[in-house]
Design a protein around this ligand. Sequence first.
Ligand SMILES: Cc1cc2nc3c(=O)[nH]c(=O)nc-3n(C[C@H](O)[C@H](O)[C@H](O)COP(=O)(O)OP(=O)(O)OC[C@H]3O[C@@H](n4cnc5c(N)ncnc54)[C@H](O)[C@@H]3O)c2cc1C
Length: 414
Amino acid sequence: MAQPSVAIIGSGQAGLQVAVSLRELHYEGRVVLIGDEPHLPYSRPPLSKAYLLGETADLALRPQGYFAQHHIELIAGKRAVAIDRTRRMVGLEDESVIEYDHLVLATGARNRPLPIPGAELGNVFLLRTLDEANVLREQMVTARNIVVIGAGFIGLEFAATATKFDAIVTVLDVADRPMARALSKTMSAVFTREHEKSGVRLMFNSQVMRLLGERHVTAVETVDGQVLPADLVLVGIGVIPNVELAATCNLTVENGIVVDEFLQTNDPHISAIGDVAAYPNRYSNGARVRLESVQNASDQARCVASRIMGQPAAYEAVPWFWSTQGNLKLQMAGLPSGGCEEVVRGDLNSSKCSVFLFRDGKLACVETLNKPADHMLARRLLAERAALTPGQAADPTFDLKALLQSPAGRVAAA
Ligand SMILES: Cc1cc2nc3c(=O)[nH]c(=O)nc-3n(C[C@H](O)[C@H](O)[C@H](O)COP(=O)(O)OP(=O)(O)OC[C@H]3O[C@@H](n4cnc5c(N)ncnc54)[C@H](O)[C@@H]3O)c2cc1C
């Protein structure tokens, strides 16, 4: 009988972890990891932070030797261009073909381009890949007026990094507050204050109309007629999931590749994980979500590897995320959503505080700023569906750890 094989398309955080987990679980078949970037699989989070500051150089998630040692066939710098579901084969851009028994799609996402005139000018950057970060890093050294379009996580991480250079840093967003889609109003206000304190100029309710310049960008013009000098622009306005390959072989696609609670697509031989996968989430009452985080990519990879090894389990990990913006370490556990009751724990005027979010009286999400212990407890509170009340969360003397240890504090799993 032919040797069984798993092919993985996308050699980012999620794709690599499937290969690693399969070998850790003693999978004996062939493992082929296909990535279109010409690098070893690497970590993206430092790209907007330490890497730009030159504080870290090696982002590889595993050293070169690891792949041969663990019999993982890494094909770097080649794009998968077709999937033949009937014959279970992946076609690569060089016309080579990889057969599979199980295929994992971990194709991630790409940055949303800015749909306005001038977006194609020199020194206008998107930030997703190591290659982009390398060019950006060179240009930041001499930039004097840096404008960031988008006050989301990447935009603000980059802005905080940019303040370490000798430049005026301005962040524009159409929303009325930072990280508006993901963060509570209370925590947004803390971040506004802290970023302004460290010298970032924040402009909300502000829409960019065009970028000015001949070859390189020289200014950003807003819809209300303001012209901001700019010799470097970073665009961080969200991502688009890389679903095209899945769509062309008729897998179900809808803001991501649609998978069930086992992360399986509508083809039982194909799974999808990481930034590209839209899955039913226990923490959003079963509604399908697509999450962009290292935790999600890594834990989903482990879940699929276990299923391939004959141990299927629904994916139910508590979602968590971090974003480091200068000295501000934001951590989130659970899923953010509008309409929650926002309960403050700690002093909002300090740079250490937490916001507990309750939906229909139940804990839904916890945001912490520079409070890693609260974050770790929050993950457990959510996983165990602890019966925490808003009043208890607001009381800094209330012992969260003791609640976790008391059987009365837990709600029976639904
Ligand atoms: C600058 C930056 C900072 C971040 N900071 C944080 C952070 O602080 N905390 C956090 O939790 N998360 C952070 N993230 C998000 C996190 O990095 C992603 O959620 C994670 O990398 C997702 O992993 P993935 O494997 O699903 O996708 P990706 O890492 O995007 O990997 C997908 C890979 O597939 C490749 N690919 C796509 N199509 C094909 C094809 N047809 N053939 C071959 N290869 C293909 C892509 O080129 C890419 O290399 C950050 C992301 C960025 C960009």
